[in-house]
Unconditional design. Structure first.
Lengths: 129, 129
DNA sequence: CCTTGACCTTCCCGTTGCTGGAACCCCCAT
DNA sequence: ATGGGGGTTCCAGCAACGGGAAGGTCAAGG
């Protein structure tokens, strides 16, 4: 399989796949002409990576998860630990964003948004309530 | 005012303040010795920037908001437009994160997290339900 | 007067996870 | 032979800074 087909079948851009090889997440073979020769197992890994990334895992998380995935004798507690830590991080982000949203939507509600120069949003940025 | 004092009074790291000058958000004067000489107005701007950044506005947003802030005759609708667009972006992020959180917390709940090798989290990354 | 230590300066590299582009090679069909 | 659509490498850049080196400056203390 060339990179184009793998890209198509994994849903990842070719650039991303090359990058993943660069940082050692995958190690495709090479044809005589220098083209990357992907095995089915490479494709599986790439799909795995795509799903993990879509869940917001960092590349380093992915590296660890991939290693655990390959390690048939691993304990599921390891995986669960990574996932739980990630869950906490996600929750923190959500809370932060919700706070931002509340503050800002309050300001937007206060703002007439017409052609007058008086703007409560700017006032608040100037000195918070 | 030297950068240390401004840093203290604005709550922004000195590095960040220098960066903001670099990209043209502020333009402090200079003393004979080359030290930056900040006016009160620079401090006000930096506080403004700090608050806007804390609300998640991008640097480009901040640049626009700062210009509107300085423009005494501006219409508040301009500000409101920027803020509303930002609100939408925040909401999108929140929704994405909530989806991630739901998916992942379901997986974590399914995972025994013990020393057995069978792990539903990895299974799901392998091939989604 | 000299030193010490806290401050300030510029500059350059590293971060995260890619993305775009240039310059080049390869293969197949016309 | 030529054209188009693969592929390859490397280099640069995004956001928004942070770390750290190498050096200039200033005020206080011995």
């Amino acid at each position: 399989m060339n990179i184009g087909e793998v890209s198509h079948r994994s849903g990842l851009p070719a650039k991303t796949i090359r990058y993943y090889e660069d940082i050692g997440l995958i190690l495709p073979l090479r044809d005589a002409n220098g083209y990357r020769a992907f095995r089915e197992s490479d494709l599986h890994k790439l799909r795995f990576l795509g799903r993990a990334r879509a869940l917001g895992f960092t590349i380093d998380d992915c590296r660890a998860l991939l290693a655990l995935w390959e390690d048939k004798g691993r304990a599921s507690s390891e995986v669960r630990k990574i996932a739980s830590a990630h869950l906490t991080a996600i929750q923190t982000k959500i809370t932060d964003l919700q706070l931002m949203h509340a503050t800002l939507s309050h300001l937007v509600d206060c703002c007439a948004g017409d052609d007058r120069p008086d703007c409560p949003i700017l006032h608040s940025l100037e000195a918070p309530a």
